[in-house]
Design a protein around this ligand. Sequence first.
Ligand SMILES: Nc1ncnc2c1ncn2[C@@H]1O[C@H](COP(=O)(O)OP(=O)(O)OP(=O)(O)O)[C@@H](O)[C@H]1O
Length: 226
Amino acid sequence: MADPIIRVKDLKKIYRVGEIEVPALRGVSLDIQPGEFVSVVGPSGSGKSTLFHILGGLASPTSGLVKIDGEDLSAITDRERTRLRRTKVGFVFQRYNLLPTLTAMGNIEMARYFGGNTGPLEQSFIDLLKTLGIHSRLHHKPRALSGGEQQRVAIARALVNHPTILLADEPTGNLDTENSVKVLDVLRDLNSRLGQTILMITHNPEAAAYGHRTVLMRDGRIVGEN
Ligand SMILES: Nc1ncnc2c1ncn2[C@@H]1O[C@H](COP(=O)(O)OP(=O)(O)OP(=O)(O)O)[C@@H](O)[C@H]1O
């Protein structure tokens, strides 16, 4: 088997709120192979988003090992963490998080700029925009787009720097069934056709079934897998 693209070992995260300690992750271990599409499910508060925030370089762990593409996240500086976040990880959020003052293309270009990529867009990315079905909507601001279109722009933004891993935190949580299916089909296509490694949090069993395997979290631990 290939080396895992993500290796998480005995990961712990304790949030401190004043005097109170909130254990969000109590020892999570998980390996993701290149090209896998893995769903993460579990009740509210089980630690799913905390795990994603650490993998995405948005939060640091209290203890444990996190490696992405061989780079140890616990052993890097904040500056290196920022670089990793901008180049190795693409993040898709439930509420799209597009900047409202920029057009769809402006949102994508800004992410590309911060990822250190300049010059004309690669043909492969232009093809991807067509696959996502948003190429004719790129000069609109987010408010002129449907929720499904906004999420597909957010997916394009997340992929513009060719990340090692796409992290999707409830990408269909805000969408109706028709748009959910479109977004999930796009994710499945990105995975099967382009080999994009994907990790997706969802509360919806039908969405979880798009993954090759499903990891179940409860109380800050992984308690099952199928
Ligand atoms: N910034 C924070 N400060 C303090 N506690 C936090 C913080 N973020 C999360 N928590 C706590 O950590 C635990 C795990 O939260 P997390 O958001 O990771 O769960 P989740 O499984 O993603 O939940 P949901 O499905 O509701 O998004 C919860 O008890 C939560 O209240």
